[in-house]
Design a protein around this ligand. Structure first.
Ligand SMILES: Nc1ncnc2c1ncn2[C@@H]1O[C@H](COP(=O)(O)OP(=O)(O)OP(=O)(O)O)[C@@H](O)[C@H]1O
Length: 590
């Protein structure tokens, strides 16, 4: 069977059983072609089948303060995008890019990003995606640790790469459409021209295990790790993501995530195209919930995925007034608070379906369409995944709670090849820990009920003990966010001389609430009513939350700040050692 047909048979099986989890889970097996190229074997096939359908639709938000919500719109059909990516591949090849070479791709949500990704895959070069929001020092680190032999960036960001000279040069893309020429010393992407004589295939073939992507993780808990994916792990592995999302051929799929992070590749590249759907991109300088809703309406998006941070912002607006054509609402990347699901359900009559995964994999766990949802649970294992829960202390397998680990026999196709170190070799230490005991360790603790539903407890590093009880920050945050004053919350342990640690909440207030003692009393009182005494939130501070560039809450920073404070004050509870702006439940009589 041709490669395209093998993957399509697996895709069609999942689409057919999209509302029948048991059949899909039991009957699915990963296609395992020995050679595969997403551009030539899959994308070009789409151009044959559905050439006139829009493959990519990028809407640029108008600058704040202007009347219209859209400043520019670009649409490419599958045929046009295939032709542009073939042309880009030849142009990059002419400038020296070869199979196995590493290409640092630092573009925002501009058409060039999709063209260059497809072009590099076609050639067999290894793409290192990075967000333009990184600092020059971080970008230099990506070039160095990634051994990039070429880099592609927006003309507007060229200054960030001063002094960096990769062997095959620097390519400038005029993403903003300003007409500005490439800066001195840069290659100009505007030279790319479609030529019908171009061969879409490049010499040789890409083997399944050949490297295709190198990702830096978000760095939520530690230094970003370098994850290697192959020519099948993301290109075919995202069949599992497709099943969770419930995408269908012809859908218009919108996803909010920043380029450079794995979630962008999941949901703005591989998964919708595996489904034969249109990728709809809302490109903004500053996220504006009203602008997003206008785009969803205008483009008649059918499926929408966003991280919980975006959903929390959306529910602060008048969602009920939006007239969308959405069929599927999805969330991933962080735990999703039940209160947010509830609010969207009330406004739109749609249930946000949570899905869980990592840079290291596709989606692994999720609530597929049609499956009963248990509020607070992130769903069940997706087709192709057999998780086990491992007790972090004893290493034994448990039924009820433990670290989420994946069985490797058979190995989920979407699982990374492994972590790379600074050099070009694999990082033996990191990989030994990640694959200890013949399973892959996700580093996340989850609970499992009798029906096999998994509930997120926390990062192994974020879960903590207070009065000898285990505390899940997510559980406490979900209660706090039910209070109307709370837009976002992060809970971390504050060292305590008696209880070892007590839960402390950092709270971002909803509009219209004052950061004063009365609000603190109300929130702490609410948490007191709704949480068991040992989980009680005992301290509270108002302020912004530290986040990664990809928008995830960095509890590790708050935790360190608490520890540092305790270290300097000897963890003394005396009121005089209380940090500025901290409220304690002992201040109030409830
Ligand atoms: N639906 C979800 N519910 C709860 N947590 C989620 C969900 N989806 C993803 N996550 C969290 O995000 C993590 C994966 O994120 P990602 O791969 O972007 O890097 P990171 O783990 O945030 O960064 P780093 O590994 O560098 O600390 C998961 O391990 C999990 O902790």
């Amino acid at each position: 069977m041709p490669l395209h047909a093998q993957v399509r048979a697996a895709r069609d099986f999942l689409v057919l059983h999209r509302e029948d989890y048991d059949t899909a889970y039991a009957g699915f097996s990963w296609p395992t072609p020995a050679i595969y190229n997403f551009a030539t074997d899959w994308f070009d096939g789409l151009a044959e089948e559905r050439g006139h359908q829009t493959a990519l639709w990028v809407i640029d938000a108008a600058p704040p303060g202007t009347e219209d919500t859209v400043s520019r719109e670009r649409r490419l059909t599958f045929t046009e995008l295939r032709d542009r990516s073939v042309a880009a591949a030849h142009w990059l090849h002419d400038h020296g890019l070869r199979r196995g070479d590493r290409l640092l791709l630092v573009l925002g949500n501009t058409v060039g990003l999709w063209e260059v990704m497809l072009a590099a895959i076609r050639i067999g070069a290894v793409v290192i995606p990075a967000t333009p929001q990184l600092s020059p020092a971080d970008l230099a680190d990506r070039v160095r640790r990634g051994h990039a032999s070429m880099l592609v960036a927006d003309t507007a960001d060229a200054a960030k790469f001063a002094g960096i000279e990769p062997p095959h040069g620097k390519v400038a893309v005029d993403g903003g459409g300003t007409g500005a020429p490439a800066p001195d010393g840069w290659l100009d992407y505007a030279e790319v021209r479609v030529d019908p004589a171009h061969d879409p295939h490049f010499p040789g073939c890409t083997r399944a295990e050949d490297p295709m992507l190198l990702y830096f993780t978000s760095g939520t808990t530690a230094q970003p790790k370098l994850v290697q994916h192959s020519h099948v792990s993301y290109p075919i592995g995202h069949l599992a993501t497709l099943y969770w999302m419930g995408l269908q051929p012809g859908d218009v799929h919108c996803n909010i995530s920043s380029p450079g992070w794995a979630k962008h590749a999941w949901s703005n590249f591989f998964t919708p195209w595996l489904a034969g759907a249109t990728v709809l991109v809302y490109n903004y300088a500053r996220f504006d919930p009203a602008g997003l809703l206008a785009v969803l309406e205008r483009c008649e998006a059918t499926t929408f995925c966003a991280p919980p941070t975006v959903w929390r912002m959306l529910v602060q607006t008048d969602l009920a007034a939006a007239r969308t054509s959405l069929r599927e609402c999805l969330s991933a990347g962080e735990p999703l608070n039940p209160e947010v699901i509830d609010q969207v359900q009330r406004a739109w009559g749609l249930t946000i379906r949570d899905g869980y995964g990592q840079t290291e994999t596709s989606a692994q766990v999720g609530n597929p369409p049609g499956s009963p949802i248990k509020l607070g649970s992130m769903g069940r294992p997706l087709p192709g995944f057999a998780p086990v829960l491992v007790d972090p202390a004893s290493g034994e397998h448990r039924d009820d709670e433990g670290e989420l680990c994946l069985r490797l026999d058979p190995r989920p196709l979407s699982l990374m090849a492994g972590y790379k170190s600074d050099s070009e070799s694999f990082d033996d230490e990191l990989n030994a820990a990640a694959f200890a005991g013949d399973v892959y360790h996700t580093g996340d603790v989850v609970g499992r009920d009798a029906d096999g539903y998994l509930t997120y407890v926390g990062r192994s590093d974020d879960v903590f003990k207070a009065s000898d009880y285990r505390i899940s920050p997510f559980e406490l945050e979900s209660v706090l966010i039910e209070h109307p004053a709370v837009a976002e919350a992060a809970v971390v342990p504050a060292p305590d001389p008696v209880r070892l640690a007590v839960p402390k909440a950092y709270v971002v207030l909803a509009a219209g609430w004052a950061a004063d003692a009365d609000t603190a009393r109300q929130i702490l009182g609410y948490a007191r009513e709704h949480l068991a005494p040992y989980k009680r939130v005992r301290r509270l501070a108002f302020g912004e939350l530290p986040k990664t560039i990809s928008g995830k809450i960095r509890r590790v920073e708050l935790r360190r700040a608490e520890q540092a404070r305790a270290g300097s004050s000897g963890a003394d509870e005396a009121a005089s050692d209380r940090p500025d702006g901290e409220f304690r439940d002992s201040d109030f009589s409830f």
